[in-house]
Design a binder for this molecule. Structure first.
Ligand SMILES: *[C@@H]1O[C@H](CO)[C@@H](O)[C@H](O)[C@H]1NC(C)=O
Ligand SMILES: *[C@@H]1O[C@H](CO)[C@@H](O)[C@H](O)[C@H]1NC(C)=O
Length: 403
């Protein structure tokens, strides 16, 4: 220890002040504990000396070569330092409101000749903190660009930084590598995709509570894409048809269906529009109740946002009605029952998951379908039955099945 010579000189003055020390030399009861405290807390070193007699106990700071206390007197001008004792045996040095600069070696010294001492280390740890700058704030990026999220953490010891997604999904760094978390102050996402959109958490920890985190939302902008599923669908007069259009876009797009006449379809007695969206995905469903000849033609689903506009189409063409099931125009029936059927259908669809295909109710007239589309239509039907539930189909078709 560099300071020992200096310390020896410092204590020389009070060594000489002693009057007739007792013949039994003092000895230390046990080594000083090393201490670890969080910044701001109090640190207390305790020195146990057996047979102190007329000798005195001093506390010193080794690194700065300073005498802090002698016996029960505080020598340093540092007001955060105090000394207490219990009889002559137990001597405690108190360092209140610890600062990082208090970190270092402390010595309990007895003024024997030569002096005897014990040292202990004080470690002052600092819980992690995340700096506002240069930590990233919420970001808006174009799909396909590279993005780096930054998290600047401080603390002692140096904190480690972990990134995860708030929703628990994997952090996709590279297409081949998936992990739910990644370490390091920077999270680089190469060729960002829509799947990267959402809140991220940067978590800083260094073993000193509390662990802290910051939430950074990554917004990925991209132009719309829409899918109707099929290009052609055969329907018979009087049939109720649901066309589903799925879209992906962010910012959320405006989506709508247009009739063959290019008019935008709005809800009325015969046409129902229902839309729902989650994140960047949305579905807009068009239900045409009791299709009439003048309804047939090409329907268009359009989605647009600030980055672009796109459309997909489906053509409804006429097929023969199932022979046994021809019935009068259902549009004359009450609007009320239509609405309740529609709601029932929505509820059933919601509980069974969403079908992205075209929900076409072809009924039971498979043998009547001569259109090339019949094979796919019947498979669509069975899927649709699963989605909507048998009861709803029977209701929509006007009780053609025995119940
Ligand atoms: C305190 O730490 C020092 C060095 O790290 C070590 O030599 C000493 O044994 C420690 N003291 C106690 C009481 O653990
Ligand atoms: C994104 O990073 C990849 C890999 O580092 C690089 O090849 C590509 O050019 C970068 N793209 C842009 C738009 O900077």
């Amino acid at each position: 220890m560099l300071g020992y010579t200096f310390l020896a000189i410092c204590v020389a003055s009070w060594v000489s002040a002693l009057i007739d020390p007792a013949p039994v030399l003092p000895k230390f009861g046990k080594p000083l504990d090393n201490l670890t405290v969080s910044v701001g807390r109090e640190a207390t070193f305790t020195c146990i000396v057996e047979d102190l007699g007329l000798y005195k106990v001093a506390w010193l700071r080794v690194d700065t070569q300073t005498i802090l206390t002698i016996a029960s007197h505080v020598i340093t001008k540092n007001h955060r330092i105090a000394v207490t004792h219990s009889g002559h045996r137990t001597w405690s040095l108190h360092i209140r409101d610890t600062r990082e600069t208090d970190r270092g070696w402390y010595m309990c010294q007895v003024n024997t000749d030569p002096m005897s001492s014990n040292t202990g280390f004080l470690d002052v740890v600092v819980p992690p903190d995340i700096l506002d700058y240069p930590t990233s704030t919420d970001m808006v990026v174009r799909e396909g660009s590279n993005v780096t999220l930054r998290c600047a953490a401080t603390g002692t010891p140096t904190p480690s930084v972990t990134w995860r997604r708030e929703d628990g999904n994997p952090i996709i760094e590279f297409s081949t590598q998936e992990a739910t978390s990644t370490e390091g102050p920077e999270l680089e996402i190469v060729r960002v995709s829509r799947r990267h959109m959402g809140p991220y958490l940067c978590i800083a920890s260094n073993g000193v509570p509390p662990t802290v985190s910051k939430r950074i939302v990554l917004i990925v902008h991209f132009p719309p894409k829409v899918w109707v599923g099929k290009q052609l669908e055969g329907v018979y007069e009087g049939q109720t048809v649901t066309l589903a259009c799925r879209s992906e876009a962010f910012p959320r797009p405006i989506t709508y269906w247009t009739r063959p006449t290019n008019e935008i379809i709005i809800n009325d007695d015969n046409f129902k529009i229902a839309s729902s969206s989650t994140g960047y995905e949305s579905v807009i469903e068009l239900t045409i109740r009791a299709v009439q000849l003048q309804d047939l033609g090409t329907f268009k689903c359009v989605a647009k946002n600030a980055l672009g506009e796109t459309e997909d189409t489906i053509k409804l063409n006429r097929i023969a009605a199932p022979s046994t099931t021809h019935r009068p125009n259902a549009r004359r029936e009450s609007k009320k029952s239509w609405i309740s059927e529609f709601n029932q259908e929505k509820k059933a669809a919601a509980t069974k998951g969403s079908s992205m295909g075209n929900g076409i109710d072809n009924g039971d007239g498979d043998e009547e379908l001569t259109d090339f589309d019949s094979a796919t239509s019947s498979s669509t039907t069975s899927r649709h039955l699963l989605v909507l539930g048998m009861a709803t189909i029977i209701t929509i078709l006007g009780g053609r099945f025995p119940t």
